[in-house]
Design a protein around this ligand. Structure first.
Ligand SMILES: Cc1cc2nc3c(=O)[nH]c(=O)nc-3n(C[C@H](O)[C@H](O)[C@H](O)COP(=O)(O)OP(=O)(O)OC[C@H]3O[C@@H](n4cnc5c(N)ncnc54)[C@H](O)[C@@H]3O)c2cc1C
Length: 472
């Protein structure tokens, strides 16, 4: 056998601090491969926004590897051993993923390759603390963030330093008759996703530029500014982190050396929330569909498709909720504070099951992530382990007055309210129709009446939750 190695990419679409690539650097031939394997939930049910991102990310990675990346569709358990046989490859390296179906399939693949005398190795590129390394004093997984992060993570070990990008690596395109796969999303004219190009530079270079800009600007007031959706204080690194275009180890160490005080402390703890979501997903693999508190399996959610559709399209009549939902539709991203407001509105005020919101986010978010999306929805709905208390219901009017006081964010995504004086924007329905008309707003015509009365729906949510919890 010649000195040949296959590197199997998944959610690690970068060259810098990529342990599988690093392990391949001394090989004469390194064959890069990406497989759309529909046995894997995330591949079979990839959201539409994620398809757009992935297609562009693979293009970018391919360019960074002198166009040697082979992208195919099929069963990884068949494709990889067959390629090893055909091309006389003696080593296969990949970075680990933490979803149950991937773990099961990766284990089968490793055993099959090892049985064929192929050196199969997996590495950690994506998590600062792999889930099985963190346990509480009784040897069980943590269920609450603060002890997980403080005692479990920070007191256990310091994340390793990032690896250097190999100076020279001999990438070679796989020459086989397995058909090259392409999503061809970008060729669909006027497709909903094409507008994302305006907002995002996908790929490793884009990730690094984003991070640099954040460190130079937004990070300086992160601890406070991150609450205000109209300010540029958040990093917008989530889609890059999801696809592994930037390394969490790089983020951790660079933020540690370049940020200070509360800004640093809070930013690193947000990275910690990502770790916690993966800790939950690994230990509770059904997180995406199963209530972590299983007594909620009998919770009396309401079913109302018409209300759900209005929420999805940003037509609830509550401007901050609508602005958030339209930001999502327009840019593939939604600011964290507004994610909390819109999700609370759906599960508490409209009493719709969190899975509907999770599914919509899954389809529309560029950072759609099984761990963070599922854990966050369960947190908001109160069905998670470290969930927000049931009586915490975000008031969309006071939240917008506090966190979007000049209504810049609302007006950006709701141009129909653009001419309204600020004090009328937060709840147009509370103002006289003749006054609104002076500013071009006619409720029921160019902006909706509220789909629900906030105070009544709040009371209903409180009594539904408290009756349910007390009965249990
Ligand atoms: C209902 C709901 C759904 C969500 N769905 C997702 C999702 O699918 N994918 C996703 O990455 N995040 C999700 N989040 C968490 C959070 O909103 C985003 O990670 C954050 O807004 C991303 O923006 P940023 O990169 O500018 O964040 P920053 O504030 O700059 O934070 C830096 C990084 O820390 C991590 N992070 C920050 N907050 C959280 C959090 N609460 N939970 C987990 N990780 C966090 C992210 O990786 C983020 O990129 C969701 C939150 C809610 C309330």
């Amino acid at each position: 056998m010649e000195n040949k190695c296959l590197v199997w990419f998944r959610k690690d679409l970068r060259l810098y601090d990529n342990p599988a690539i690093d392990a391949a650097k001394s090989f004469h031939h390194v064959y890069p491969l990406f497989i759309i394997d529909e046995d894997i939930y995330e591949n079979k049910f990839l959201g539409k926004a994620s398809i757009w991102w992935l297609e562009n990310s693979l293009k970018s990675l391919n360019i960074n590897m002198n166009k040697t990346l082979k992208v195919v569709k099929g069963d990884s358990l068949k494709i990889i051993p067959k390629l090893c046989e055909d091309l006389k490859i003696n080593s296969v390296f990949w970075n680990r993923c933490y979803e149950k179906d991937r773990i099961t399939k990766d284990t089968k693949l490793k055993n099959k390759l090892l049985a064929n005398n192929i050196n199969a190795k997996s590495f950690n590129a994506n998590l600062l603390w792999e889930p099985w390394t963190i346990k509480n004093k009784s040897g069980n997984p943590y269920k609450v963030f603060t002890p997980f992060y403080r005692s479990g993570c920070l007191e256990s070990s310091s994340p390793r330093k990032p690896l250097k990008k190999p100076e020279k690596i001999f990438f070679k395109k796989i020459n086989s008759n397995i058909k090259e796969f392409s999503f061809n999303y970008s060729s669909i004219k006027n497709h909903w996703s094409t507008k994302f190009e305006k907002y995002w530079q996908v790929g490793e270079n884009g990730a690094n530029t984003n991070f640099d800009t954040f460190l130079k600007n937004g990070s300086k007031n992160y601890s406070i500014g991150r609450n205000f959706p109209g300010k540029e204080n958040v990093s917008r690194l989530s889609p890059y982190l999801h696809w592994g275009e930037i390394s969490p180890f790089e983020i951790w160490h660079t933020a540690n050396s370049r940020m200070q005080g509360e800004n640093k402390k809070i930013f690193l703890s947000e990275i910690g929330w990502r770790e916690f979501s993966y800790h939950l997903l690994y230990n509770f693999p059904n997180l995406k569909e199963k209530n972590l508190k299983d007594n909620f399996d009998n919770f009396p959610w309401l079913e109302n498709d018409a209300l759900l559709k209005k929420w999805e399209k940003g037509l609830t009549g509550y401007p901050i909720v609508d602005a958030g939902m339209r930001e999502l539709w327009e840019t593939g991203y939604m600011h964290n504070r507004v994610r909390m407001i819109t999700s609370s509105f759906l599960v508490k005020n409209l009493l719709q099951h969190w899975k509907y919101g999770k599914n919509w986010f899954w389809d529309c978010l560029l950072d759609a992530d099984m761990a963070s999306n599922s854990a966050s929805w369960q947190w908001v709905a109160g069905t998670g382990t470290d969930a927000t208390p049931f009586f915490r219901i975000f008031n969309p009017i006071t939240q917008s007055q506090k966190f979007d006081e000049n209504a810049n964010y609302i007006k950006k995504y709701l141009p129909e309210l653009n001419k309204l004086p600020t004090k009328l924007v937060f709840s147009p329905f509370e103002h006289d129709s003749s006054v609104l008309k002076n500013y071009g707003v006619v409720l029921g015509e160019n902006y909706p009446y509220p789909i629900i009365n906030y105070s009544e729906s709040r009371k209903r949510a409180l009594s539904t939750y408290s009756n349910f919890i007390n009965k249990d």
